[in-house]
Design a protein around this ligand. Structure first.
Ligand code: SF4
Ligand code: SF4
Length: 252
């Protein structure tokens, strides 16, 4: 059947009209930053503390663009009579992003969660050698790695979190027990401590005459002070009859 004249033009105009009424998907980058999906594969970050230099990522990388250097170090035995251990120490970890095809295999196979995707993508270079990111730069990318999404409601607690929570609870219980033991020891020490001695009669605690004592040997209430002359009798001194008599005898 022969095509109707002008049907092709009508179809083309229909496509134009349909497209004109749709929302534009053009990103105004770099004037506006694009809204990226949370799991965007921008660049790979390295969390060095988790890396045990097992070399799995380098072995599995289909592009052979992960470079790892390490050396062995001997760790002394933790207990007397124990065995020395050797461990790998990372010397170099680099990824050549000019070769990487962003397949994510290295991140998937890492058994120790040392590699993560970051959505950062603005690291174009004019020199291709600059696209080999060494460990310092890979570590810097870790700051741009988004937080993992929240767990589904009712999901099992991750074993790392459960272990950390149990350790924290154990530590808190041990600290509380130690504080209680310290308090009990202080209470016992206070109970065993001898009571301070009562000051001697007529003396204050400092050994000075009591505040109420008078020079004539009586107290403020008229009673004789301990060791003093009876009330009513003049105190022995230069003016006493004994002295006066001895004084007279001396001068006679
Ligand atoms: S993303 Fe793929 S190609 Fe890139 S470094 Fe990892 S394993 Fe290699
Ligand atoms: S797989 Fe993970 S732990 Fe092993 S070398 Fe690679 S980054 Fe390090």
């Amino acid at each position: 059947m022969a095509p109707i004249p002008g049907s092709g033009l009508a179809k083309g105009l229909a496509v134009t009209l349909r497209t004109m009424t749709r929302k534009s998907v053009t990103e105004q980058y770099p004037d506006a930053q694009p809204e990226l999906a949370p799991r965007t594969r921008g660049v790979i970050g390295l969390f060095e503390e988790n890396c045990t230099v097992c070399m799995l990522c380098a072995r599995e990388c289909p592009d052979w663009c992960i470079y790892i250097d390490s050396h062995k170090e001997t760790v002394p035995a933790a207990t007397p009579g124990g065995r020395e251990r050797s461990r790998n120490v990372l010397d170099r970890f680099a990824i050549d992003f000019s070769l990487c095809m962003y397949c994510g295999i290295c991140i998937e196979v890492c058994p120790f969660d040392a590699l993560f995707w970051s959505p950062e993508f603005e690291y174009a270079e004019t020199d291709i050698h600059e696209l080999t990111h060494e460990r310092d730069k890979l570590r810097e990318w870790m700051w741009t790695v988004p937080e993992p999404p929240a767990l589904d409601p009712g999901a099992e607690e991750p074993k790392e979190l459960a272990a950390a929570r149990k350790a924290a609870e154990k530590l808190a219980a041990a600290e509380q027990l130690a504080a209680e033991e310290r308090a009990a020891a202080e209470r016992h020490a206070a109970a065993d401590r001898p009571a301070p001695e009562e000051p001697a009669a007529g003396r204050s605690a400092t050994g000075q005459p009591a505040a109420g004592d008078r020079p004539d040997g009586t107290r403020g209430d008229g009673k004789p002070a301990a060791g003093g002359p009876p009330a009513g009798e003049p105190p022995a001194g230069p003016g006493s009859p004994d002295e006066r008599s001895s004084g007279e005898g001396g001068t006679a």
